[in-house]
Design a protein around this ligand. Structure first.
Ligand code: ZN
Length: 259
């Protein structure tokens, strides 16, 4: 009987799709270089090379960092460790925050430092949802983000009005500030993130109020999947796929979407 039981288990396992294999460091770095062709020229095992010749280490030699250390001190490899699930997704498991680990040196090099006026030099003005809202918004032109947001805007305009309403008025793009719980510069500091309509948004810190420490954060979301799909097609990840969710937030992170 036991042998037959084992045979059954083996037969069932054989029918299941293989588990996704974790990518090697080399594969992660290939993906990073492919995602930012204007900025990066290549990599080896230890570093990435920028088109201006700058070499940056991909690892800081610290292994098994706890979650809060990954939020505060992510290496370039750390920032790609958690795979981002594109398309429809279930509420994220505890501390699954794909995209919230960011290496600050990497993004400052890419977009500049908003405290010294470097980000400002690359700002351009676009009209967000010109048919439905049409207010001027300043975004970075680095990595073609301004052009990409124009395409996102045009695709959102084509949605049903009830869905489109979640995308305006926007809550903001450029904001030179740190993320509340990490102390690290937000992607808004680089003008590479956009917050949509505050009225239909949910944020983990609002939900967490009144919850005892150690309790699971209850997930909430009212952002239409159609809007998420449009942003993802253009290289933007969505804050609704984080355990520490921020459902109005989209940021340009093509390295997490690039297949
Ligand atoms: Zn945001």
């Amino acid at each position: 009987m036991a042998a037959r039981g084992i045979a059954c288990v083996v037969a069932v396992l054989a029918l299941l799709p293989p588990l996704a294999r974790a990518e090697t460091n080399g594969e992660l770095l290939d993906r990073l270089v492919r995602a930012y062709p204007d900025a990066l020229s290549g990599h080896d095992d230890k570093s990435i090379t920028w088109r201006d010749g700058t070499v940056m280490p991909v690892d800081d030699g610290v292994s098994d960092k706890p979650f809060d250390q990954l939020l505060r001190n992510a290496s370039i490899l750390d920032q790609m460790r958690q795979p981002y699930p594109s398309g429809p997704s279930v509420p994220p498991a505890v501390n699954v925050d794909p995209g919230r680990f960011r290496n600050e040196a990497f993004f400052k090099k890419m977009y500049g430092d908003c405290n010294t006026g470097e980000v400002k030099r690359n700002l351009v003005t676009i009209s967000w949802l010109p048919k439905s809202w049409g207010k001027p918004v300043q975004v970075t032109r680095v990595n073609g983000i301004a052009e990409r947001l124009k395409q996102v805007s045009a695709e959102i305009e084509a949605l049903d009005p009830a869905l489109r309403a979640a995308a305006f008025p926007i809550a903001g793009v450029l904001s030179c500030r740190a993320v509340a719980d990490t102390g690290r510069m937000s992607m808004h500091g680089y003008a590479a993130a956009i917050d949509l309509n505050l009225k239909v948004s949910d944020y983990w810190l609002w939900a967490g109020k009144g919850e005892g420490k150690g309790k699971t954060i209850p997930y909430r979301n009212r952002m239409p999947q159609q809007i998420v799909d449009i942003f993802e097609r253009h290289g933007f990840i969505w804050g609704g796929k984080w355990y520490h969710y921020d459902t109005m937030h989209f940021e340009y992170r093509p390295e997490l979407l690039e297949k």
